[in-house]
Design a protein around this ligand. Structure first.
Ligand SMILES: Cc1ncc(COP(=O)(O)O)c(C=O)c1O
Length: 435
């Protein structure tokens, strides 16, 4: 097989893609093949993937347990839309009702995370008798559509010049840089109390719902402490505001539980999912209770939502997650990954903080961890990423300053893979610190 190679891809990209389409690395490679936790480039080099296409391929690249049924479905019946009856959509909805927490039971399928959040917002408004305001968190990311972008609390991803109104932002639970200068647990979760202050001071009390990711992915693997969501939910209930939990990055085993929110004792009113449910097949969905679903009765349709191929992928993903008990595996390997990252944090001045749950871990890089100014190490983050790629390991980066290394591998990795990644990270940090 011959490939055009990265230079030619960059040339075509520059000529034919809208310039907003952004890529990692100053010397990117052309990826041509994937197999479980590995990716391969056009030169035949192997990469250990610790980013999983941004938290998508939880079950591994081209896992035959998923790609097999998908290929068969593609060759049997690919598309009809929901105006005709097909089986995979209802089977997947039934399975989602079984695996989602609490009273979540009814699903609407669409094709992406942004669309799922848009639909969830509409459903919340309908159920809340047209209350039209929303709350969202600093550092949130909820999508690329007009409303999704307007609900996003990261300037980099807020390109929309005239954002949707009626959205109030609340400080997030960013313990490493606590906006109140406090530390957990003495802080008594001041950031959760801020939700109530925002409702009382910045809204007209017409708030339909609050959006939140259990762990903010793009925001920098910001992981709220125990008790946070319980306190937030109690405040929302006091003011009759729904909680929409965005599980687009945290869902399907990633955090050591099936869904990220299950790390707290809270049941969302609406949950949105995408990414890992399809393991690479385009899919999105919002899921809610019987009661809330009954508010959405006027006709709704998504051309590709719940099509036989992506629904078959979702069913195969859920089968594989269950068969391999991936949440348990992510919990166990997550403890090991965290220990190993903390060892590196002891040794390297660049690592200011390590945080996350399960196989969703982040390491925030600062110029000098002993300097209370915590100056973000932005260029150093890029150098670490490039070094790792050149040495066969792909990791992610995110955060408001793009200085947080993200470790979100396929959940099928092994302890040896973690050791290999840590060895390369150790070498990368040593090299970058010596400059
Ligand atoms: C938490 C979260 N929500 C929503 C989205 C948007 O999903 P999509 O890109 O599938 O529209 C993303 C994308 O990264 C995300 O991380």
């Amino acid at each position: 097989m011959s490939y055009i190679g990265p230079e030619e891809i960059l040339r075509k990209k520059q000529e034919y893609l809208i310039p907003c389409v952004y890529h990692f690395y100053s010397r990117p490679m052309q990826l041509v093949k994937g197999s479980m936790q590995y990716l391969y480039d056009s030169e035949g080099r192997e990469y250990l993937d610790f980013f999983a296409g941004v938290s998508v391929v939880n079950c591994g690249h081209c896992n035959p347990a998923i790609s097999g049924p998908v290929a068969e479905q593609v060759q049997t019946l690919q598309h009809t839309t929901t105006i005709y009856l097909t089986q995979p959509i209802v089977d997947l909805a039934e399975r989602l009702a079984e695996v989602t927490p609490g009273k979540l039971k009814r699903t609407f399928f669409c094709a992406s995370g942004s669309e799922a959040n848009e639909g969830a917002a509409l459903l919340a408004k309908l159920h809340q008798n047209n209350k039209y305001e929303f709350l969202a968190l600093h550092h949130a990311l909820h999508g690329r559509t007009m409303l999704g972008m307007s609900l996003t609390g990261l300037s980099m991803w807020r390109t929309e010049p005239t954002p949707v109104g009626g959205i109030t932002f609340v400080p997030n639970a960013y313990c490493y840089r606590c906006p109140y200068g406090a530390s957990y647990p003495e802080c008594d979760l001041k950031c959760a109390d801020a939700v109530e202050r925002a409702i009382l001071t910045q809204t007209s009390k017409n708030v339909a719902a609050m959006f939140a990711e259990p762990i903010q992915g793009n925001g920098g693997i910001i992981t709220p402490p125990p008790g946070y969501f319980e306190k937030v939910k109690a405040i929302l209930e006091k003011y009759d505001i729904l909680l929409i939990i965005d599980e687009v990055q945290t869902g399907f085993g990633r955090t050591g539980k099936m869904f990220g929110i299950e790390n707290w004792d809270v049941e969302p009113d609406i949950m949105t999912v995408a990414k890992a449910l399809g393991n690479g097949t385009p899919i999105g969905a919002f899921i809610t209770t019987d009661e809330i679903a009954m508010s959405y009765t006027r006709p709704g349709a998504s051309t590709l939502g719940g099509n036989p191929v992506s629904a078959t992928a979702g069913l195969a993903v859920l089968d594989y997650i269950e068969k391999e008990d991936l949440p348990k595996r992510a919990a166990r390997l997550g403890v090991y990954l965290r220990e190993r990252l903390e060892e590196l944090a002891e040794k390297h001045r660049l690592i200011g903080d390590v945080r996350g749950l399960g196989l969703m871990q982040g390491a925030e890089l600062v110029k000098d961890k002993n300097d209370p100014a915590k100056v973000p190490a932005i260029e150093e983050t890029d150098l670490v990423l490039e070094y790792m790629k050149d040495h066969g390991v792909l990791i992610g980066k995110n955060g408001i300053d793009r200085n947080v290394l993200a470790f979100q591998p396929p959940l099928v990795i092994t302890e040896d893979d973690i050791d290999q990644m840590i060895d390369q990270l150790d070498a990368a940090l040593t090299e970058v610190e010596s400059k």
